[in-house]
Design a protein around this ligand. Structure first.
Ligand code: FAD
Length: 542
């Protein structure tokens, strides 16, 4: 059997080595049009800060290593320019000398990934514009910045790559502007949660501009739709990527409207001898069962393994994807999985969420920090739909737990009952995941009512009755405009001050003490009391 693989990085290289492990006799050819195979795309931004201290370290395996270890014919600077499905051959152009040849295949795997988009903004051709997709890209950018003595860099696009680029550039000492057309960066986080990351960027001196877009480049200065001008000496363009699939479409393989290759559950295209995997394909969302695009390394590598298995006659199981993701924004760790509340809204799902801010480990530990956790669940079933966690401690560990639970179809009570590791340096006896699930369970059971942190401003402006239940010292340091201070510790003696003719909103630092106050008041017959989820810690960021 001869297998040809087009694209030799995350998905392609994984498919090639798995194939070899399953079939020692197969002939395996892996083509890549770039000068490298098997490099760490995900580490590219870290070259800018020097966390990765040489560009060469980004390359994980050379063609020589593929040949010696796996007897895989990895060919760099080799672009597949056409597929002839009738003769089962790929036309390959050697980009070093311009020659072309045909390579036959029994099975063909397409793992061409995606290209960085450079939008046709007037003047973009005259600017020093860099993308961040390959080792060559980051090397060009790093060399330009250091050799030209650049001090100011503009990053366009607040997705994962843009934000990571901005963070690493700041860490390297550059002054950075980050421009995002949407009202927020990182749309895998909801508006309330992402404010923490907006603040982190601003606190570290990033000139963060959201809700505005670049309309013109004049040299390396950017003019925005608002008329604002951002001065810079280099532009990093990170506005998104598009599947690199012209080759597949030209060969008559089915693609969707955004160019992603369509496959069946075994990643076979409409040609049974051609498979497609990685950033280039459309996948199924395991929660909504709708098609989606997902550009993440983990799914790409899982697909690669499954395709190798399928080619070798093994059964594969494709249960769809939930898009677990994480990012480090300076000292903040942020992670998410499944659907955001905004996505639930768009999907028309009945949902609610718990927003809790417990300490990530026992508060006596010197590095104990608040962890913001948002747990999103379906109403009334309690099915876990998604979660986001942001803090200075281990956010990803919590989201990994929820991601695992979602994969197994968990409801919030399953999360509540999970027995998770605990000792003071690691967590609390009730892990933040358990805490979020407890709150979610209370909400689902109708034990109490909550309103969300994004409603706080409207409540204040409408003159709603807000009672801050913290101690007077904390209240004096800052509170919601118009809030009355009745500490939880005094509440039983001051019940006659609580109105009964209108809703009463209770808040505190993290919404835990106010929850206790809500339960206290309910125990005394008050029915119109509402906890303000997220409370001051959430509001101060919002
Ligand atoms: P790629 O890894 O892009 O490989 C495709 C290869 O195919 C390319 O080398 C290309 O040159 C080659 N090719 C294309 N067309 C042809 C052709 N016609 N002939 C020959 N060769 C061809 N994901 C995460 O999960 N976590 C992260 O932290 C993360 N960080 C990232 C940071 C950056 C800066 C980038 C760029 C990506 C990041 N990703 C991250 C995404 C992740 O790297 C991708 O999802 C993954 O690499 C996709 O694998 P792939 O094999 O489909 O495509």
């Amino acid at each position: 059997m001869k297998v040809v693989i087009i694209g030799g990085v995350a998905a392609g290289a994984t498919a090639a080595t798995r194939l070899r492990r399953l079939d020692e006799r197969a002939e395996i050819v892996m083509l890549d049009k770039g000068p490298h195979v098997s490099f760490s795309n995900c580490s590219l931004p870290f070259r800018l800060s020097g966390t990765v201290d040489s560009t060469g370290k980004l390359v994980m395996m050379t063609p020589q290593a593929f040949a010696a270890r796996y007897r895989i014919g990895a060919r760099v600077n080799s672009e597949a320019v056409a597929i002839d499905r009738d003769s089962r051959t790929v036309r390959v152009r050697n980009l070093t000398d311009g020659t072309e040849y045909d390579e036959s295949y029994d099975k063909l795997i397409l793992s061409p990934g995606a290209r960085a988009i450079v939008p046709p903004i007037p003047g973009v051709d005259q600017a020093d514009v860099f993308t961040l997709k390959t080792v060559t890209d980051v090397d060009r950018l790093h060399t330009f910045l250091t050799e030209r003595g650049v001090t100011r860099v503009s990053v366009v696009g607040g997705g994962f790559i843009g934000v990571e680029a901005a963070v690493n550039l700041v860490e390297a000492g550059y002054q950075v502007s980050l421009v995002e057309a949407a009202p927020q960066i990182l749309n895998t986080f909801d508006q309330d949660m992402v404010q923490i990351l907006h603040k982190a960027l601003l606190d570290h001196g990033v000139n963060l501009i959201v809700g505005d877009q670049v309309t013109r480049c004049e040299g390396n200065d950017l003019t925005l739709a608002s008329g604002r001008v951002i001065e810079g000496q280099a532009v990093v363009m990170a506005v998104g990527i598009r599947p690199d699939t012209a080759l597949a479409a030209d060969a008559g393989l089915d693609v969707n409207g955004r160019g992603a290759i369509l496959t069946d559950a075994s990643y076979r295209t409409n040609d049974p001898d051609i498979y497609a995997i990685g950033d280039a394909i459309e996948v199924t969302n395991a929660l909504t069962h709708r098609p989606m695009m997902l550009q993440l390394a983990g799914p790409a590598q899982k697909q690669a393994r499954q395709v190798a298995d399928h080619i070798c006659g093994r059964a594969v199981r494709n249960t769809g994807y939930i898009g677990s993701n994480c990012i480090k924004v300076f000292e903040w760790n942020a992670a998410g999985t499944g659907l955001t509340a905004a996505q639930c809204e768009r999907e028309g799902l009945r949902y609610d969420y718990a927003y809790v801010i417990p300490q990530d480990k026992v508060s006596l530990m010197p590095d104990s920090r608040p962890l913001h956790v948002k747990l999103i669940f379906e109403v009334p079933t309690g099915r876990v739909l998604g979660a986001q966690a942001i803090g200075q401690g281990d956010a990803a560990k919590r989201i990994d737990v929820v991601a695992t639970a979602i994969k197994f179809g968990a409801v919030v009570d399953d999360l509540r009952d999970l027995e998770l590791c605990y000792a003071p340096p690691f967590s609390n006896a009730k892990d933040p995941v358990n805490v979020a699930a407890l709150v979610a369970g209370n909400l689902l059971g109708g034990d109490y009512r909550q309103t969300h942190v994004d409603q706080a401003r409207a409540l204040v402006e409408s003159g709603a009755t807000i009672i801050d239940v913290r101690e007077p010292g904390a209240f004096a340091k800052g509170h919601l405009k118009g809030a009355v201070n009745i500490p939880l510790t005094q509440m039983r003696g001051r019940l006659d001050e609580i109105p009964t003719d209108r809703p009463v909103y209770l808040n505190c630092r993290s919404s835990q003490t106010s929850y206790n106050a809500v339960r206290l008041l309910q125990g005394h017959g008050f029915t119109n009391v509402v906890n303000l989820g997220g409370s001051m810690l959430g509001i101060s960021l919002y």
